[in-house]
Design a protein around this ligand. Structure first.
Ligand SMILES: Cc1ncc(COP(=O)(O)O)c(C=O)c1O
Length: 400
């Protein structure tokens, strides 16, 4: 793939980049020892890509770094322009630019909204198996976690609306944290599903925080639906949290966008942001996000093709080499939710098989709630050779 700026070498998604000199979390020896009891593992656990960010982003950052001027900056109008253009053109979502607020990360945004719209002791709904930091955020902010578990039938996860209605109707329930698209099960919730969630939450006055960090990583005919759109129609209070982090592999840059359709929400968020001086920006983060949203579209299209190829590769490999292990078909995200239940192992034995015998670091399914027991999550945003290595290790461990 050619770099439009011509400065950064073209990168094929098959290329591997040596990160051994970096303090990359994925290879952090202390974290690997803590979770997998060894550092001798192929780490596909943390949700990020092995690929370099889009070439124009790298080019601009290099130019900017060379300039040597890193003083205070504000978020320019052009940043708002590219964000609204991206979501308008790519997802048919004409975001009103005045709805946008910024904060350092999606988890910051979720915790900020939790503090604005709930009190300690209030109940907050999540839909496990789901991204484990939701549970941590609820616990650390002294709220109560209530589960509206997803149902798994016929190889596909579905929401349980009756259970959602029952739990949302409890007076202590004040918020739902939605994962749209869903990490780890890979569902891209349909407009109809989200409309039902919005109607239930509107009826019971439950604020919905929709984590849409995977909005751009969508396959086939699936379509991302911004939750605030359906919320507005249903009369529900909601915020959508967006970020370029997953789309363009910028997680270490840190920045998130919160879409708040109601004036009162924006006022409250502004007050909270000013309490914490969130008007600060990071010059590299802002530049990377603006460049990525302006010039990263073609790169993302190529990436999605490569990732679709990786999904087909996993499917094919598992069918040939590892009976008893199945991939839950991802409609979005670059996370493979692998069903190991056919092996009949308990959580500990499966963990031992993967980390000690196969020597791969995958997130054990029960991290995402006990509903995930028997599954494991593997990032497949990596060169196919790395994927093949991981799957070969797993197949060898099962066979051995
Ligand atoms: C669903 C989801 N939300 C949020 C995050 C973290 O986002 P941030 O680093 O912007 O807090 C992740 C990271 O893996 C994620 O998967």
């Amino acid at each position: 793939m050619a770099s439009p700026c011509g400065n950064v070498p073209a990168m094929s998604f098959d290329e591997t980049v040596d990160r051994s000199a970096l303090p990359a979390s994925r290879w952090n020896p202390a974290a690997l020892k803590e979770h997998f009891k060894t550092t001798d593992v192929l780490p596909l656990w943390i949700a990020e890509m092995d690929f370099r960010a889009p070439p124009p982003v790298v080019d601009r950052l290099v130019e900017r770094a060379r300039l040597g001027m890193y003083g205070y900056e504000y978020r320019p109008e052009s940043l708002f322009d590219v964000i609204t253009a991206w979501f308008g053109e790519r997802h048919g979502w004409p975001i009103e630019r005045s709805y946008l607020r910024f904060c350092p990360s999606v988890m910051n945004a979720i915790c900020a909204l939790m503090n604005l719209y709930t009190e300690p002791g209030d109940a907050i709904l999540v839909q496990p198996p789901v991204f484990f930091e939701f549970r941590q955020a609820i616990g650390r902010n002294e709220r109560e976690l209530v589960k509206n578990a997803l149902r798994f039938a016929g190889g596909r996860y579905q929401m349980d609306f009756e259970d959602l209605e029952a739990k949302a109707s409890q007076p202590q329930t004040k918020m739902l944290i939605l994962c749209n698209p869903h990490n780890p099960v890979g569902r891209v919730w349909t407009r109809d599903e989200l409309r039902r969630v919005a109607e239930i939450c509107a009826h019971h006055d439950v604020f919905v925080v929709s984590d849409e960090i995977y909005a751009d990583i969508i396959y086939g005919d699936n379509r991302y639906t911004p939750f605030v759109q359906v919320a507005q129609t249903a009369g529900a209070s909601a915020a959508s949290c967006l970020s370029p982090a997953k789309t363009f592999n910028l997680a270490g840059m840190m920045d998130a966008v919160v879409v708040l359709p109601e004036e009162d929400q924006r006022k409250r968020f502004r007050e909270l942001a000013s309490r914490f001086f969130w008007n600060r920006t990071n010059v590299f983060t802002t530049l990377a996000a603006e460049t990525a949203y302006r010039e990263g579209g073609a790169w993302l299209d190529e990436l999605l093709l490569y990732l679709s190829g990786n999904i087909a590769f996993i499917d094919d490999f598992l069918a040939r080499e590892t009976p008893g292990v199945e991939l839950v078909q991802p409609e979005g995200t670059y996370l493979a939710w692998l069903d190991f239940r056919g092996l009949g192992l308990d959580v500990e034995a499966l963990g031992e098989l993967l980390s000690q015998r196969a020597r791969v670091a995958l997130n054990s399914g029960h991290w995402f709630g006990r509903e995930g027991a028997g599954f494991a999550r593997m990032s497949f945003a990596c060169p196919r050779s790395v994927l093949e290595d991981a799957l070969t290790r797993i197949a060898g461990a099962i066979a051995g």
